[in-house]
Design a protein around this ligand. Structure first.
Ligand SMILES: *[C@@H]1O[C@H](CO)[C@@H](O)[C@H](O)[C@H]1NC(C)=O
Ligand SMILES: *[C@@H]1O[C@H](CO)[C@@H](O)[C@H](O)[C@H]1NC(C)=O
Ligand SMILES: *[C@@H]1O[C@H](CO)[C@@H](O)[C@H](O)[C@H]1NC(C)=O
Ligand SMILES: *[C@@H]1O[C@H](CO)[C@@H](O)[C@H](O)[C@H]1NC(C)=O
Ligand SMILES: *[C@@H]1O[C@H](CO)[C@@H](O)[C@H](O)[C@H]1NC(C)=O
Length: 411
């Protein structure tokens, strides 16, 4: 085990003895905004305090500043005007099961929240949960041993104070609001996956996809669509729909830790073959998963480097594929003409990770210096603009996460 600042923080915090939720929150200076906010929504406070055997990830004052207060979307007083919205946001911070610092490892664990509502609209963007058992976050240790909670569009939040015991469970203070996962279309635009967004729009698949519960979507990136650009003009809409349906599994939310060597049925009717190699790479037929576990409102999305071909369900993983990471093979990205791309791409989504399988997260190389990587700061999410490497720092959560997807897909 590495030197672990998280556990040091944990042992210091564990000295406190169990008390009710309000008392524990009130004792933490960095939670004063949360305490003030809860004061505006007594029903939600009661709900949070009454669930037993839970873990609360309590957003600290910096985290909440992205939505409430002078730099946020509304004032503390205005929060009471839409108590339902605040309730859903806070329900996404409350998890079933008591997860203490000692339970958190380098292998991500997907834990279920009390968020159970689909149509959350924050700053014009729709997010929510149509996931049986409640929308999730992943909880894991990063390479420095910090506990990380990863939410919608892969925004990671860090535990700053762990293991505050209260009557009904445990509280960890986090430094970023947990962003409720966005709809499929909003996520595709946020990640710059405009070819899949355009193709799905062309065949009227966006709305049907968003109305499903419990999906796993394999999302070919734009480079993958470029590889088939020469043939894409000959495909009829009917064929295109069948191809896209081959990328969607319904009834299984296949978080990376749940994947194994297996076949999964797709909406197309045919199955895809999942292969996890001994070095932890995950393949879908011959396509490699290059970024796993992007949480979406109705399930999970994994980015892949090839468009899956339902006519070739037995295509084998090719670990020797010299085009990995995918290289551009043309300038035209098919299906993107009707799509208004976002100028600020959320780069955690486009980032390529070599190892994505359960148990091998420790082998994930750090991408800190890779082109296209943007880090996340306490003052907001750092966005990458286009492919130029220029970065815009957007002040509010709304701007960073929701406002990044202001261009709806034309459905
Ligand atoms: C919320 O609390 C108020 C009193 O503070 C009560 O009148 C109201 O019925 C509650 N609403 C719900 C949905 O529980
Ligand atoms: C969400 O859960 C609450 C109880 O915690 C319940 O009253 C409500 O009906 C649920 N909503 C949905 C959409 O399932
Ligand atoms: C959630 O999924 C169910 C299918 O399981 C669907 O009937 C429902 O419309 C979905 N909800 C939303 C808000 O899309
Ligand atoms: C999954 O299949 C691959 C390729 O056949 C093989 O190398 C690997 O060992 C298998 N993994 C398990 C857990 O059986
Ligand atoms: C990949 O390369 C190795 C070593 O060169 C070779 O043994 C193996 O057959 C190759 N696999 C494929 C699928 O081409």
């Amino acid at each position: 085990m590495r030197a672990n600042s998280f556990f040091l923080a944990a042992s210091a915090a564990a000295i406190a003895t169990a008390q009710d939720l309000a008392t524990v929150l009130a004792g933490q200076e960095s939670l004063s905004t949360l305490v003030e906010l809860l004061g505006q929504v007594p029903n939600t406070t009661e709900f949070l305090a009454s669930q037993e055997g839970v873990t609360l990830f309590a957003p600290n004052n910096n985290a909440l500043a992205t939505i409430v207060g002078s730099g946020g979307i509304f004032s503390i007083e205005e929060a009471a005007v839409d108590p339902g919205l605040i309730e859903q946001i806070l329900r996404y911070h409350l998890y079933r099961g008591v997860i203490r610092a000692e339970d958190i490892t380098e292998i991500p664990e997907f834990v279920s929240s009390f968020l159970n509502y689909s149509g959350i609209v924050l700053d014009g963007e729709v997010s929510g949960s149509n996931v049986t058992g409640g929308q999730v976050v992943s909880v894991s240790l990063d390479e420095e041993g910090n506990a990380i909670v990863t939410a919608g569009i892969k925004v990671p939040s860090t535990v700053t104070v762990a293991d505050l015991e209260f009557d009904n469970g445990v509280i960890h203070i986090i430094d970023k609001l947990l962003l409720i996962p966005l709809t499929v279309s909003a996520t595709l635009i946020a990640g710059g996956f405009t070819a899949l967004a355009g193709a799905a729009t062309q065949v009227d698949l966006v709305k049907p996809l968003e109305e499903l519960s419990d999906v796993t979507i394999f999302c070919p990136n734009n480079d993958a669509f470029q590889k088939i650009a020469s043939g894409s003009g000959d495909i009829t809409d009917e064929q295109l729909a069948k191809i896209l349906e081959y990328h969607v599994v319904q009834g299984t939310v296949g978080y990376s830790t749940a994947l194994s060597n297996t076949s999964l049925p797709t909406l197309n009717g045919k199955e895809v073959e999942i292969t996890i190699t001994d070095d932890g790479a995950v393949f879908v037929n011959s396509a490699r998963v290059i970024n796993a576990d992007v949480l979406i409102a109705n399930g999970v999305l994994h980015v892949i480097d090839e468009v899956l071909n339902p006519a070739r369900p037995d295509a084998q993983p090719n670990e020797n594929d010299s085009s990995y990471p995918a290289t551009s093979v043309g300038t035209v990205v098919p299906f993107t003409s009707g799509i208004q791309p976002e100028t600020s791409i959320y780069s955690e989504l486009t980032q390529t990770t070599s190892f994505v399988a359960a148990g091998l997260m420790t082998a994930t190389p750090t991408m800190a210096n890779a082109p296209g990587h943007a880090s996340v700061t306490t003052s907001g999410v750092v966005m990458q603009t286009g492919n130029s490497g220029a970065r815009n720092e957007l002040p509010a959560l709304a701007a960073a996460a929701m406002g990044a997807v202001v261009f709806a897909i034309n459905v």
